[in-house]
Design a protein around this ligand. Structure first.
Ligand code: GRF
Length: 217
């Protein structure tokens, strides 16, 4: 059995990706283990999911801090109490400071509901429909100082159907998020996934293409 890999998850909302991670990491043979969930919102449903799974939780309300730097410093303190090998952003609706991102360089993952580098930012499903794209999807990436811009690990492609609305598309993309995020976390926990010194992403000591590993329909 490989060494357990402690993961801290940060979220602000529903936490369906957290649930997918909990379900995957409690399966036998998965070395990743969610050891704490931290939210900036006390009402985030993801905290309920964590408590139900017996996982430690903490709330740090960003409104109680004077500025982004002070909040992120406190957040680092709360995360590092758990000495995680990996920090996972799962719908954490905060822009992180460069100091925070640097502190977790190579061990901070995010998931974004688009085929990055397309559609950084919010309302991705609506923007894809407005543009008339034939394909959409989701991406897991290492976090760097550029918002939604870090090196890609894994993408899942979803076909856009003619009758799709932002809600139907979001639902299908979400279902793929719940597959690819646990997979990326498992790769990391198994020591197979690394951010190399040259900024490339390596899986099993091979550099991945710029798109990361792509899973189609
Ligand atoms: C997901 O769409 C993810 O891609 C984005 O935030 C959303 C979180 O959803 N970063 P949930 O809270 O995991 O359901």
């Amino acid at each position: 059995m490989p060494q357990p890999c402690n993961v801290v998850v940060l979220l602000s909302g529903t936490g369906s990706n957290l649930q997918a991670l909990i379900d995957a990491t409690t399966a036998e043979g998965n070395p990743a283990r969610v050891c704490a969930v931290i939210s900036n919102r006390a009402e985030a449903y993801g905290l309920v999911r964590a408590r139900e799974a017996g996982i430690a939780t903490a709330v740090l309300d960003h409104r109680q801090y004077e500025g982004r730097e002070a909040f992120d410093e406190a957040l680092i303190g709360a995360i590092d109490q758990h000495q995680p090998s990996l920090v996972v952003l799962a719908g954490f609706m905060r822009i992180l400071t460069p100091a925070f991102v640097r502190h977790y360089h190579g061990r901070l993952l995010n998931i974004h509901p688009s085929l990055l580098p397309l559609y950084k930012g919010l309302h991705t499903h609506q923007r894809v429909l407005e543009a008339g794209d034939a394909e959409h999807g989701c991406s897991v990436h290492f976090v760097t100082e550029e918002l939604d811009g870090g090196p890609l690990v894994l993408q899942a492609v979803v076909r856009v159907d003619s009758g799709d609305t932002p809600a139907t598309l979001a639902q299908r993309v979400h279902a793929r998020e719940h597959q690819i995020y646990p997979l990326a976390v498992r790769w990391f926990a198994e020591g197979r996934l690394k951010l190399a010194g040259d900024g490339s992403v390596q899986l099993d000591a091979q550099a991945l293409p710029a798109s990361g590993h792509v899973i189609r329909h």
